[in-house]
Design a protein around this ligand. Structure first.
Ligand code: FAD
Length: 317
C-alpha cells in the first residue's frame, strides 16, 4: 500500500521511522536488529536515507594531498529491497538531487521499478561538506521540484532524453520535506511555504518535517500551510534528545531551536544517561500532545536513538 493510503487508512496515529544504510564495509545485520527491535510497534513504513559522495583528502606525506571521492553510505536501493523482502513492509527510499545526474537518477528509478518499490521521499539533498552553498551535479537538478518533474515524466513514460518507454508500471508516488522552523537557506517561512505549495501541486502527496522539539512551532507551521492552501498530511519528524553534546549539535546541524525548558532540564544532567532519560520524557510528552492534536502519523529519526524510540513507542502506542 502507498504511504498516503497507509496513513489515511489507519484509525490511530501511524508509527514510522527512518534508517540510514550501513557504512561502507559494514554488514546489514545491525540494521536488521534495529528493525527487529521496533517491529512490535507495527511500523507502517520505513524510510531509507540516501547519502551523496564526499571528497576526502589523503595526505601523501610529501606536501601533496590526493583528492578522492568517497560514498560512505551507499546502497539505499538494495537496503530498501532487502527490507521489503525480509519484512514485507512498505519502504521509502530517499531520492536526491545532490550528487546525482538526471541519467543516474533515471537508472535508480528503473532499478526501483524492477524491484516494485514505488514510494519515494523526494529531496534536494544536503550540500557537500566542502561546499558553502549547494551546487547541483553537472546535468543534475537544483531543487526537489526539478527532481519531481523528472519522476512525473518517468511516470508518464518519458525518459530524460525524451524517448518513450515501451512498458510503464505502477507510477511512483512520493512525499517531500518541509521545515517548521524554515529551511536554513530560505529568507523567511512564507517563501519556504510558497515552494512547499509548488511541490504539493506538482504531485507530492504528503510532507515530512525536519525534526523539532517545540510542538508550537509545528502547529504554527501547519496553520500557515493550511492558510496557504496546502491540504496534504504534514507528518511530524521526531528525534528523542539523547546526549549533552546535542545541546549544540542539534541547533547547528538541523537549524532548530531548543525550548528553554528542555535546555534547563538537560543542563541539570551530569551524564549522557541522565540526558537520555530527559530526552525520552520530553519526547513522550511531545508525541502525546501531537497525538491529542490528531496528527496522522509520527515519523521517528532513528539514528543513535533506537533505544529511546522504543521507550517512547511503549509509552504512546
Ligand atoms: P528544496 O525543496 O529544493 O528546498 C531547498 C531550498 O530552496 C529551500 O530554502 C526552499 O525554500 C528553496 N526552494 C525550493 N524550491 C525552489 C525553487 N524552485 N527555486 C528557488 N528556491 C527554491 N538529505 C540528504 O542528503 N539525504 C537524505 O536522505 C535526507 N533526508 C531527509 C528527510 C527529511 C524528512 C528532511 C526534512 C530532510 C532530509 N534531508 C536529507 C535534508 C535535505 O536534503 C536538506 O534539508 C536540503 O537542504 C533541502 O532539501 P529539500 O528537499 O527541502 O529542498
Amino acid at each position: 500500500m502507498k504511504v498516503i493510503d497507509l496513513i489515511n487508512n489507519t484509525n490511530k496515529t501511524a508509527f514510522s521511522y527512518e534508517i540510514l544504510p550501513p557504512l561502507k564495509g559494514t554488514g546489514i545485520e545491525k540494521l536488521y536488529k534495529t528493525i527487529d527491535a521496533l517491529q512490535e510497534f507495527d511500523p507502517k513504513y520505513i524510510n531509507i536515507t540516501t547519502h551523496r559522495s564526499e571528497y576526502v583528502y589523503n595526505d601523501l606525506g610529501n606536501g601533496i594531498f590526493q583528492r578522492n571521492r568517497l560514498r560512505r553510505r551507499p546502497g539505499t536501493v538494495a537496503v530498501a529491497a532487502a527490507i521489503q523482502n525480509k519484512y514485507n513492509i512498505t519502504v521509502v527510499p530517499h531520492l536526491l538531487c545532490s550528487g546525482f545526474s538526471e541519467e543516474e537518477t533515471e537508472y535508480v528509478l528503473l532499478d526501483l521499478q524492477f524491484l516494485g518499490i514505488t514510494d519515494l521521499l523526494v529531496l534536494r539533498g544536503d550540500k557537500a561538506k566542502h561546499e558553502s552553498a549547494f551546487t547541483p551535479e553537472k546535468d543534475g537538478h537544483r531543487n526537489a521540484i526539478d527532481l519531481q518533474k523528472q519522476i512525473n515524466n518517468f511516470n508518464n513514460g518519458i525518459f530524460v532524453d525524451g524517448s518513450e518507454m515501451q512498458v510503464t508500471n505502477t507510477p511512483f508516488s512520493y512525499g517531500v520535506a518541509c521545515y517548521p522552523e524554515k529551511h536554513e537557506e530560505s529568507p523567511n517561512i512564507d517563501t519556504d511555504i510558497h515552494w512547499l505549495k509548488q511541490k504539493i501541486e506538482l504531485g507530492a502527496e504528503y510532507a515530512v518535517t525536519q525534526l523539532f522539539y517545540d510542538n508550537q512551532k509545528y502547529f504554527d507551521f501547519v496553520n500557515k500551510a493550511r492558510n496557504a492552501g496546502i491540504t496534504v498530511p504534514i507528518i511530524p519528524g521526531i528525534k528523542p534528545f539523547k546526549r549533552l553534546s546535542h545541546l549544540t549539535m542539534l541547533p547547528k546541524t538541523f537549524k532548530v531551536d531548543l525550548p528553554e525548558e528542555l535546555t534547563r532540564e538537560v543542563m541539570k544532567c551530569k551524564t549522557d544517561e541522565d540526558c537520555k532519560q530527559v530526552g525520552i520524557e520530553w519526547c513522550i510528552q511531545q508525541c502525546k500532545d501531537l497525538m491529542a492534536h490528531g496528527v496522522p502519523s509520527i515519523h521517528f529519526y532513528s539514528i543513535s536513538a533506537v533505544d529511546s524510540i522504543k521507550e517512547v513507542a511503549k509509552a504512546i502506542y
